[in-house]
Write a protein that binds this ligand. Structure first.
Ligand code: PEP
Ligand code: MG
Length: 328
């Protein structure tokens, strides 16, 4: 099996009906980037910038951030990298922010974290914006904001980046060749106002880890709940289907970057709902590429729509059987 994945490294994944599926990786460390070459992935669909912040006892200086982002872009060697601004706070407490002392969040996942924190600590986001803009000089910069719950939060975060870009421009500094902005869809409220968000963004990436914890009101870190709800449950599949349908005809790129997309049956279900961009753990790239090549999308989509209307009691078993019947 290993050999086939290695052989697939330089093969672009097309479905049997000719749809090119983008298979990217999630990363967070400088060394993760080498997985791009090893797996032949299409790029980094999610670079979690918070690792540098989490391992540091003081707020990482702008220059240090810039060096990391520049190294990542160098190592990606022209492949696309989507940098997600910091998702710290909540349970990812850091000593240099006061969220781990007096006003500790009672529900950290739903608390003062990610963009909520970044918009309040403007200095932090400004420094990160400048570091990213400088690191991407002469190249494309893709920026993604986490935990956007309402469209104005996206506007506010983008404005901070534009302000930094203007500052660099007036100083005639070397700018990125182009800058694009997008956001994570991981808070259910955002899906309800997708039409208001779409004109603003270049891309959306569904974070199924947080999205499912919020949909089911089930803490993703609680082992007692880990097995209770299934990613293949009708609630999730219908939710994902609605997002995909609401984006038909839009120029905005739609991806999935949660763990769901790296699992065989889940990825199959998502392809059946119209998702063709995945950002997944590097180890899943080979298996997912292999899966893509066996899929005939028109049949899969028709079957998924039947299941959405009449969900089978055991979706996992049904999909497994259907895959076997269709030589997948
Ligand atoms: C997610 O929430 O699905 C996601 C990809 O982000 P993280 O796991 O970093 O919260
Ligand atoms: Mg998340």
């Amino acid at each position: 099996k290993q050999a086939t994945y290695a052989e697939l490294r330089d093969v672009e994944p097309f479905t049997r009906d000719g749809t090119r599926v983008m298979v990217m990786i999630n990363a967070g460390l400088r060394d993760d980037v080498s997985a791009l070459q090893l797996t032949g992935a299409d790029g980094i669909g999610l670079f979690r910038t918070e690792f540098q912040f989490l391992v540091s006892s003081t707020l990482p200086q702008r220059e240090r951030q810039m060096r990391l982002y520049r190294d990542v872009l160098d190592a990606a060697d022209g492949k696309k990298v989507i940098f997600r601004t910091v998702d710290i706070g909540g349970d990812k407490a850091v000593p240099y922010l006061d969220n781990n002392t007096a006003e500790r969040d009672e529900n950290p996942a739903m608390g003062w974290r990610a963009l909520r924190l970044s918009l309040e600590r403007e200095g932090l986001l400004k420094a990160q914006a400048r570091a990213l803009l400088e690191a991407a000089a002469g190249r494309q910069l893709s920026v993604m904001f986490p935990m956007v719950s309402e469209p104005w939060e996206f506007d506010a975060a983008k404005a901070i980046f534009e302000e930094q870009a203007d500052f660099l421009r007036t100083r005639r500094r070397h700018m990125p060749e182009s800058i694009e902005y997008g956001c994570m869809l991981e808070v259910p409220s955002l899906a309800e106002v997708l039409d208001l968000l779409l004109p603003k963004v270049s891309f959306i990436s569904v974070g199924t880890n947080d999205l499912t914890q919020f949909l089911f009101a089930a803490d993703r870190a609680n082992p007692k709940l880990a097995e209770r709800y299934d990613w293949l449950s009708p609630a999730i599949l219908r939710f994902m289907d609605r997002i995909a349908k609401n984006m038909v005809g839009s120029k905005v790129r739609l991806a999935v970057c949660g763990e769901m997309g790296g699992r065989r049956l889940e990825a199959l279900a998502l392809m059946g709902l119209g998702f063709t961009r995945f950002s997944i753990t590097p180890a899943a790239v080979g298996p997912i590429k292999e899966l893509v090549r066996k899929v005939y999308l028109p049949d899969l989509s028709a079957q998924m729509q039947r299941w959405l209307l009449n969900p089978p009691g055991d979706m996992r078993a049904e999909l497994t059987q259907w895959a076997a019947d269709n030589a997948i």
